[in-house]
Design a protein around this ligand. Structure first.
Ligand code: BT5
Length: 227
């Protein structure tokens, strides 16, 4: 049965991801969505800040329970839905940069996705998409675009990807991933940096990088496309 979304709106909240994760721990059903006009503590990965002025951008988190599937695929489904909505509503085409960015053709970031698990099957997947505002060096859809229209398109596309099934999501993520086939500089959380060729993304969402000496499997890290 197609998933129906239960959308809760907030004028101001600390972080839609924090709220959805708390609801997940309290037993909330898959499909719960939090949307905020403003976040006072919007988060990226690894404790970074996600910036957006009040009322300018799409800030939302959806609760998924991808039973049996890798949590990465929940992130992939939301990233694909974000890409679809950016294209259908904003006319902006973008690719997915490993692990969690939506980037326009010149590489500027349009959106970021943050997936967090409770260790018991729930995944809170948040997406921040620049609609009317972007920080220096990033991209946005443009001022005339309405956040609610982007949200509706994103949820509709997400429903489609969930219906299509996890193998289809995994395939589509690989196809949309602009990192695969590129030369990359990888920075690991412990500070180690190396370069290589991004060969593939495995079923758990890890990036496989061929260096001059071996094949490295990267689960968490930052990637820069080089050359
Ligand atoms: C991400 O992290 O890209 C994940 C962002 C997820 C944000 C959504 S908003 C709704 C939900 N609730 C939350 O609290 N979070 C989610 P990461 O790959 O770590 O990138 C973070 C970095 O992107 C920052 O350190 C900045 O350099 C940059 N950044 C911050 N705000 C940005 C923006 N609006 N557009 C582009 N880049 C931004």
């Amino acid at each position: 049965m197609p998933l129906s979304f239960d959308v809760r709106r907030f004028e101001s909240i600390d972080s839609t991801n924090t709220w959805v994760m708390a609801e997940a721990r309290a037993g909330a059903a898959e499909g719960l969505v939090a949307v905020a006009d403003h976040q006072t503590a919007g988060r990226g990965r690894l404790g970074r800040v996600w910036e957006a002025p009040p009322g300018a951008n799409l800030l939302m988190t959806v609760l998924l329970r991808p039973s049996g599937a890798e949590p990465h695929l929940a992130l992939a489904a939301v990233a694909l839905a974000g890409r679809d909505a950016a294209s259908s509503v904003g006319g902006v085409s973008c690719g997915l940069k490993w692990p969690n960015d939506l980037v326009v053709d010149d590489g500027r970031k349009l959106a970021g996705v943050l997936a967090e698990t409770d260790g018991a099957g729930a995944v809170a997947v948040g997406i921040g998409m620049n609609v009317g505002w972007a920080p220096e060096g990033a991209a946005c859809l443009g001022e005339g675009v309405e956040r609610d229209v982007v949200l509706a398109a994103l949820l509709s596309s997400l429903g489609g990807w969930l219906d299509a099934g996890w193998p289809a999501v995994a395939r589509a993520y690989r196809e949309a991933c602009v990192t695969v086939g590129r030369r990359v500089r990888v920075e690991l959380v412990d500070g180690e940096v190396f370069e290589g060729m991004a060969a593939d993304v495995d079923d758990a969402g890890r990036l496989l990088v061929e260096t001059s000496v071996c094949l490295r499997t990267v689960a968490v890290g930052d990637v820069t496309h080089v050359r």
